[in-house]
Design a protein around this ligand. Sequence first.
Ligand SMILES: [Zn+2]
Length: 450
Amino acid sequence: MTVLCLQTALLPEGWSEGVTLRIDADGRIAAVTPGAGEGELLRGIVLPGLCNLHSHAFQRAMAGLAEVAGPGEDSFWSWRELMYRFLARLGPDEVETIAAFAYAEMLEAGFTAVGEFHYVHHDPNGCPYADPGELSWRIVEAARTSGIGLTLLPSFYAHGDVGGAAPSPAQRRFVCDLELFARVHEAAGRAVRTLSGANIGIAPHSIRAVTPPQLRALFEQFPSGPVHIHASEQPREVEACRAVHGTTPIALIEATIGLSARLCVIHATHASAEERQRLAASPATVGLCPITEANLGDGIFPAVAYAASGGSFGVGSDSNVQIDAAAELRQLEYSQRLALGRRNCLAEPMRSTGRVLFESALLGGARALDRQPAGLCPGGWADFLVLDPDHPALVGRRGDQLLDGWIFCAGKSAVKEVWVRGRRLVADGRHLARARLFARYRALLARLLA
Ligand SMILES: [Zn+2]
């Protein structure tokens, strides 16, 4: 049993001082006692760790490489071509090296768990590896090395566009039929079961890559665990769906598998007002990736209207062009301010915007990754971060001002320590294995970009 005394902590019931946290040998919280003051003192501001509900880890290595204007108009689609070319150079060792370092960076940035939307399954020629779960194992090893909580979401990808179009040669590393996917998923499940704090779901990639009968078959074949799907990220996808199916992507998903608590719709940027209302009224979650959506020029999700209808959302770092939990929440709020021409958009009257953003993402992320209960409460994982009380953006602040200072001013520079399942993985803002993981990553990048 580990016993810690949290100087200042955000508990489900609010801010508290001198909190005694008892953590059992498995890394779960056994008891939380406000004001008890017992245990090893953790000086600083303790927040429950956030779930990063949507990541494609390998894309971290191409961060900043797609910021040169092309000959025509640049868009999500031209970015995707570059991403495919980059991916062609990555084998299992490369995938693991990049993911391990990216996960260490996520921990340093305040994320304690990641939903890895894992769609690269085969070798560069599109042939399954001897173990069809080879790359799933590498993701699991990267999570083990870094210590991050993992929700592995093996992705099913069968087609190149809406209506069952053939995949392009660049997509052959992703492509499975249902039988091959079952073998990939079975191997991925074996890998996940070797890792404490890990769980598994499925990720039918999108209605571009999966037909409705396939979506229904997957939902029935894998009857438990999270179901994540990209939808309505780009207007072109919505138009293609209308042309082929006579309806919009999220309506099609609802008609095929329903909007259950298992479902997390990634992006939903161009959902119609009716789709948004139906999502908000359902137990499903929307996975927003504000920095990536801005980087790719996807558009602005109307989060204010969605949240006002009671909709649940979490955040993800998606392309990993920047990894910073606070910055995702800031970008989400700023996109609403720019669109609506006013301030403090996502807060209710007289409430801190940072507090509302943080608690929404905490609850929505935990629901989307099936990592409940969220927050510092008995039965949950002892996953938390400690903000530096001496950071210039936090000094003199109290209560929710600390969250506003972290989200709107400091960002990841204020993250001093991060603990996952009761183990300290980040100290003085640096992952304990950073030097080793960075040396591997640096050597790989030198080779890849030579
Ligand atoms: Zn994505």
